[in-house]
Design a protein around this ligand. Sequence first.
Ligand SMILES: Nc1ncnc2c1ncn2[C@@H]1O[C@H](COP(=O)(O)OP(=O)(O)OP(=O)(O)O)[C@@H](O)[C@H]1O
Length: 270
Amino acid sequence: MRLRAPVVPPRRRFDGPVTTIEARDLRKRYGRTVAVENLSFTVKPGVVTGFVGPNGAGKSTTLRLILGLDSPDAGCALIGGRPYRALRTPLRSVGALLDAGAVHPGRTAHDHLLWLAQSNGLPRRRVREVLDLVGLGSVARRRAGRFSLGMRQRLGIAGALLGDAPVLIFDEPVNGLDPDGVHWARHLLRGLAAEGRTVLVSSHLLSELADTAHHLIVIGRGRLLADASVADLLADASRRHGGQRPSLEQAYFDLTRAAVEYREAGSDAR
Ligand SMILES: Nc1ncnc2c1ncn2[C@@H]1O[C@H](COP(=O)(O)OP(=O)(O)OP(=O)(O)O)[C@@H](O)[C@H]1O
């Protein structure tokens, strides 16, 4: 089914607290596999920050550590200076889309969001608001099990927006969206940042972020490779390529070339 592209609402200045996401010397290993090693960065409000790296770089692990779904072996992850598990109203503090498939297939889109809203003390009216915002208003009473991948993705985005949080984290948000949907999602993410929110978007495909992100955090083999604005990354790459104008993709390949293989603990003396 083809959904009408939802209208991105006019910008409003977000008047909630200014909040950052911080990773401080994060380390996580699974057996001999290094997932994340000495990883530190700060994600600031007002811009879309892309979180990129090759497959197996440690992006999902980092997001799970930030969202308190896993515990680090060392270091810490903070949202507004607190670990996720210490947040008193988590969904009002941080909205996240990690796995769009994590919806009971027998529940309607409306009931899924209502359940989320009620279990987080959020007003019922937010359900209708976010359904309209993501363009699912007309299929609100349809069971999520009958949704296409793109519709499930929109439902996941709706869940992340439910708490009107100052911090938003999206893992592969355009996965399964058609070109209209991708265009809409880009505007949505940029709009949320323009409202003054902190927006972190993870992807293993730079092309998905090239027109969206203002700033990039690049990781490979669990380590930080770059934490810079898109403009600075392009300027650096241009210097490396003798003044030519390389694409952002070329800049990314330069950074990640040596980091595309998985690594076991102790197998690399870097
Ligand atoms: N629960 C786990 N048990 C064992 N190894 C794990 C576990 N979770 C992640 N890993 C390993 O940690 C490394 C980092 O994985 P992670 O999923 O965080 O990377 P990613 O950057 O999200 O990759 P992708 O882009 O493919 O989703 C990989 O080598 C992965 O196999």
